[in-house]
Design a protein around this ligand. Sequence first.
Ligand SMILES: NC(=O)c1ccc[n+]([C@@H]2O[C@H](COP(=O)([O-])OP(=O)(O)OC[C@H]3O[C@@H](n4cnc5c(N)ncnc54)[C@H](O)[C@@H]3O)[C@@H](O)[C@H]2O)c1
Length: 263
Amino acid sequence: MSVSEREPKAAAPRLFRMDGLVALVTGAGAGIGRMAAASLAEAGAGIAVTDRDGAAANRVAKELGRNAAAFVIDVADEAAIVAGTRAVLERFGRIDVLVNNAGIARRQSTVEMSRETWDQVMAVNLTGLFLMTREAVKPMLAQRSGSIVNIASIMGHVGGGLYPNPAYHASKGAVVNLTRAWACEFGPCNVRCNAIAPTFVNTDLARPMLSDPTMRAKLESLHPLGRLAEVDDLAGAILYLASPASAMVTGHSLAVDGGWLSR
Ligand SMILES: NC(=O)c1ccc[n+]([C@@H]2O[C@H](COP(=O)([O-])OP(=O)(O)OC[C@H]3O[C@@H](n4cnc5c(N)ncnc54)[C@H](O)[C@@H]3O)[C@@H](O)[C@H]2O)c1
């Protein structure tokens, strides 16, 4: 039988199942991370709900039920990352998916920004993502399978222009390229690395912009789809990149942006 005559392995919903797999999500106590944890849990994965805010992580783990557990990990703290990853492995026995979600924004112009503020953004958005990946990828490389999903941003692909946000642009641009570098580095061990690049999402992080009606209207007008994102708009993209549905996709940055980057 030739390859083209074989029964197609369609069964789309099965490709998105994650039963028996374990996902570690950073910054999972709120916003996009909470939604990512819920989406992967619904697909059957065990979830390590990690956040620097222990109470928030506990709340989310409770919402998700028996197959989830909370861990306090501040991604700006290397020792917490090393100890937290070890605790996740002790609890679940494996890590198959890492969602590098924790991130912050400090919207200041270059001339206003202190070295301390710059370092703060880099410590969470870039160095934290590096350290978290360094620890969580070790079991993935050993088991020769895994998927890393980095939460980048449309601001990692463009210079913005509506207001200055240089540290955020720099950190997210680096995440987009680190995603490619890790795809090359980890690919031979069957560990994939992709990113999503969301537009403005209705969470605490974007609240300062979205609560200003003039800014909000301007931002909406820049989206071909005419609206900003809700966290649920990202669920499908995260599940796709985390699950076997994207088995041949690596190094990609998937815009979930209502067309922002297409203009
Ligand atoms: N909201 C948006 O418009 C938007 C757009 C594009 C990309 N993103 C990215 O999505 C990710 C999540 O953003 P969000 O909007 O859900 O933010 P959010 O502020 O609503 O939630 C962030 C969560 O991360 C946690 N967190 C913050 N710093 C942490 C640290 N050092 N260690 C561990 N946890 C930490 C917080 O406690 C909180 O639970 C970020 O990387 C952000 O840059 C957000």
